[in-house]
Design a protein around this ligand. Structure first.
Ligand code: ASP
Length: 355
């Protein structure tokens, strides 16, 4: 065999040398699938039903068994964390999931995890993990818009793509990703944008991170805000999370009454899905100010799923914190994690600027 180190075309090209080094050291990845339920594990009595089925009906072994091709991509094992409709997601399951992900990824024999999840709250769970997972190994969320029993179910292909993504060495250090409909999205920016279509997920502010095509992984972008190993949030010693709620603004809304009721019921902080760039009806500001004097934190986001919210002079004077480009459900995740560290509005505002 020819000595490649003597070949000037190779020795003078650092990227080719790097590729050779990578391919000789590449080993078969070991990926753990953590199943939580959702439509990807959903079943109904008719192949024609894409509504009215039961989410979280099928176990992880059946999910793996339905896509034997994934065994060609990696060594696969599965664990059942929960089996729910993701509308029923709880702090308890989030903490269980985060602790299990961290325990698995610290193990040198595991190269990545894939989390099967309902699509309704997937963006929230993914962003939570993006901020509390302590590893640079790939963490990929995947779901489906059609139940496993449906004609043309999208779950099997999505799962295949998710394993290809988690097994790719290129996926390291990119934070938590969501794999749906061949597209890779960052947990930081992704949102569910359609109620039923298989093209349901997008990232309005950043666009897709990349795509998977026939097990080939291609990236266009990287998330720029801190995540995983650079994130300061640590839930390893927690068994509950601070109570944070969202209130939705609209013409003639009853926000002040609802805010007061929630605060007296234990809510520590509110995200307001304001109108436009975060506007809140002026009649509610007196009540919010009164509750803030008693410790309530208020973050202004928007009911519009695209754009930036920074509290204007009047609102920041009142103590409202702008959510930046985080939609209300994402802002809620960051806010509850911020509250695990501090109750200071100034420090929480700094956290919103940073993450
Ligand atoms: N309701 C389902 C869930 O979030 C929807 C889905 O998975 O697509 O669990």
């Amino acid at each position: 065999m020819q000595d490649q180190s003597q070949n000037p075309a190779i020795s003078q090209n650092p990227s080719t040398t790097a590729q050779i080094a990578q391919s000789t050291s590449a080993k078969r990845a070991t990926i753990v699938i953590l199943a939580t339920g959702g439509t990807i594990a959903g079943a109904s009595d008719s192949a024609l039903k894409t509504t009215g089925y039961k989410a979280g009906a099928i176990g992880v072994e059946a999910l793996i068994g339905a896509v034997p091709e994934i065994k060609k991509l990696a060594n696969i094992t599965g664990e059942q964390i929960a089996n729910i409709d993701s509308a029923d997601m709880s702090d308890e399951i989030w903490l269980k999931l985060a602790k299990r992900v961290n325990a698995l990824l610290i193990d040198s024999s595991v190269d990545g995890v894939v989390i099967t999840h309902g699509t309704d709250t997937m963006e929230e769970s993914a962003f939570f993990l993006h901020l509390v997972a302590k590893s640079d190994k790939p963490i990929v969320f995947v779901g489906a818009m059609r139940p496993a029993t449906a004609l043309s179910a999208d779950g099997p292909k999505n799962l295949y793509n998710a394993i290809a993504l988690a097994a790719s060495p290129e996926s390291k250090g990119k934070g938590v990703m969501v794999m749906m409909n061949d597209r890779i999205q960052s947990a930081r920016y992704v949102s569910k944008l359609h109620t039923l279509n298989t093209q349901a997920f997008g990232s309005p502010a950043s666009g897709d991170m990349g795509y998977v095509l026939d097990s080939k992984v291609v990236f266009y972008t990287m998330p720029t805000k801190p995540h995983t190993l650079e994130s300061e949030f640590d839930v390893s010693a927690l068994d509950s999370l601070p109570k944070v709620d969202i209130l939705y603004s609209y013409a003639n809304d009853g926000l002040a009454v609802a805010a007061q009721a929630l605060f007296h019921h234990g809510t520590k902080a509110l995200v307001i899905a304001g109108m436009g760039a975060g506007s809140i009806h002026k009649s509610h500001k007196t009540m919010l100010k009164k509750l803030m004097a008693q410790g309530l934190i208020v973050v202004q986001s928007s009911r519009i799923n695209n754009g930036f919210i920074s509290a204007n002079e009047e609102d920041s004077g009142l103590g409202f914190i702008g959510s930046g480009d985080l939609n209300p459900q994402k802002a809620r995740v960051l806010l509850l994690l911020a509250l695990t560290q501090t109750n200071s509005p100034a420090q929480i505002a700094a956290i919103f600027n940073k993450y």
